[in-house]
Design a protein around this ligand. Structure first.
Ligand code: ZN
Length: 537
């Protein structure tokens, strides 16, 4: 045996054999399970033995919808959330000056909040000029709505003279009428567009940064939606970066690629190059064609059948007409792609359900595992269609932290209580898997599980239709087995079973024993993927 884990409380998620204390692993695969005596008897001179000290072991976590590369780009910026003064901001940014000069890049800071500072005043370009006048610098406020640039950055962005009236609306000016460095809302996109595209080597570094952070949260596979992060790239550079890392055996955890291809003909090009769901490069595999059906709830762009109650007249926005949606989904479906359609509003869901029904009736395929990402606002009839059409639901229980405060105002309580109804999915036997949509929410699985089983904000105590919650066993399945199922790998992962890969997580405390509202405080002590330790605390 290569490795033996013993003296643990192992929850296998395999109904035939739900609990054991020891596992033997060979060639990355579970070779035997049982009690300590049975399994330790299998050890030989070269066996690595790991005492679990009675800790709880679960199958490895999965996050079935996030944006890894986008997260990593943000994570590699200067984090200003801990700054307590303008001086702190300057010092944190100064650490990057040499790097910025050598690489020709900007210094970008994120998550500052002047309300946390000793002097609660927004900085100006003159403040940031004290860090550097040669290197462009921008810092973004924690709210995402405001950034401050130094003078060099304003020059690069063309925002120092002859400024268009349109741009002026989203800029700040000092008493002399000069730009003070503040830029707001969509104008901040200029900053993103001004950054040089990362090279493939840089992308590989970013991927590893993101995946190592995910491994530290017990995640053994991410389903990542990355393609549109690089303007102008149709996914090839990113896929090549992942493939190289996979062939170099450097990926610490598994990646199932969600392929967002929304530019004209980009799906066709993708298919012509021969890519398809299930293409297997070891730890990197090609997943579904990702389609964006509508917008978001907070911005009132999620597409609703009835107008928002708190926003006169608007129903949000559909990204496609019915015909367009059918056309792209048909192309993907007929070329062997799995489909994952982003729908938040009930009208968007209606469009998607009709599309998927049409495909199944007219272009029948077996085991296509199409699904809906987010699936938030809906009535019970739409919920029931998931089972009838055998669709996957990609849910983000952690979204309730924010959404429980806005959904009733947007759609009314009658529809709200039928929305985010994971209980009804579960009772119907729908395959629902869990994710974070990181960086929208952090990819911590344990707080996400807590929301699935409590539907309660542990800080405020506020609950939201708690009758629609899941049991702990169900929630664990959502964040483990169902992620494997959504990636066609439930026969190899998703439970701890002899013959499956040794993908597992060791927790600091027993999730079955701590109070439900304390689940978020449990730490991940160890993450193992294919028998190899991907993270140890
Ligand atoms: Zn997303």
């Amino acid at each position: 045996m290569d490795t033996i884990l013993y003296n643990g409380k192992i929850y296998t998620q395999d109904k035939a054999y739900p609990h054991c204390s020891a596992i033997a692993i060979k060639n990355g695969v579970i070779a035997a399970m049982g009690n300590d005596d049975e399994i330790l008897a299998l050890s030989d001179g070269s066996t690595e033995k790991l005492d679990l000290n009675k800790r709880r072991v679960l199958p490895g976590f999965e996050d079935t919808h996030l944006h890894l590369l986008f997260y990593a780009i943000q994570a590699s910026a200067v984090n200003l959330s801990g700054a307590r003064s303008l001086e702190d901001v300057k010092n944190l940014c100064r650490e990057k000056i040499q790097w910025a000069k050598q690489s020709g890049k900007w210094i970008q800071g994120v998550s500052f909040n002047q309300d946390d500072w000793d002097v609660k005043k927004l900085p100006t370009r003159h403040d940031l000029d004290q860090i550097s006048k040669e290197v462009p610098i921008s810092i973004r406020r924690a709210c995402y709505h405001i950034s401050v640039c130094n003078t060099k950055a304003l020059e690069v962005l063309g925002l120092t003279k002859n400024i268009s009236d349109e741009a002026k609306i989203n800029m700040g000016f000092d008493a002399d009428g000069q730009p003070d460095g503040l830029i707001k809302e969509d104008l901040q996109n200029l900053i993103t567009e001004a950054q040089p595209l990362p090279t493939k080597e840089e992308i590989k570094e970013l991927i590893l940064l993101g995946l190592n952070h995910a491994a530290a949260k017990g995640i053994t596979q991410v389903h990542s939606d990355d393609f549109m992060v690089l303007p102008g790239d149709d996914g090839e550079t990113i896929m090549n970066a992942y493939k190289e890392l996979a062939s170099e055996n450097k990926l610490p955890i598994r990646v199932y690629q969600q392929c967002l291809l929304w530019e004209d003909k980009s799906l066709e090009r993708f298919l012509e190059r021969g890519h398809k769901t299930g293409d297997d490069y070891g730890f990197y595999r090609i997943g579904p064609f990702k389609v964006i059906g509508d917008g978001s709830l907070g911005a009132h762009t999620a597409y609703m059948r009835k107008p928002y109650l708190n926003d006169n007249g608007t129903c949000g926005l559909a990204r496609y007409t019915d015909e367009q949606l059918l056309e792209i989904c048909k192309t993907a479906h007929n070329n062997g792609m799995q489909l994952a359609i982003h729908c938040i509003g009930d009208a968007s869901l209606e469009q998607a359900l009709n599309t998927l029904l049409n495909l199944q009736l007219n272009y029948t395929r077996t085991d296509c595992r199409h699904g809906i990402v987010h699936c938030q606002i809906m009535d019970n009839e739409q919920n029931d269609m998931f089972r009838r059409l055998n669709l996957l639901a990609y849910i983000q229980p952690i979204f309730l932290r924010c959404d429980m405060n806005i959904v009733d105002d947007c759609v009314g309580s009658e529809l709200a209580k039928q929305s985010y109804n994971w209980r009804r999915y579960e009772d119907a036997g729908v395959h629902q898997s869990g994710g974070s949509d990181c960086p929208v929410e952090e990819f911590d699985i344990l707080p996400n599980i807590e929301y699935a089983v409590t539907r309660t904000n542990h800080d405020t105590g506020k609950s939201w239709y708690p009758e629609n919650k899941l049991t702990l066993e169900e929630a664990i399945k959502v964040f483990t087995y169902e992620g494997a199922y959504a990636s066609y790998s439930e026969n190899r992962r998703g439970s701890l079973t002899v013959g499956k890969y040794a993908d597992l997580v060791v927790l600091s405390e027993d999730i079955f024993e701590v109070p439900e509202n304390q689940i978020h405080n449990i730490n991940v002590d160890l993450t193992m993927v294919g028998g190899k330790i991907a993270y140890m605390r």
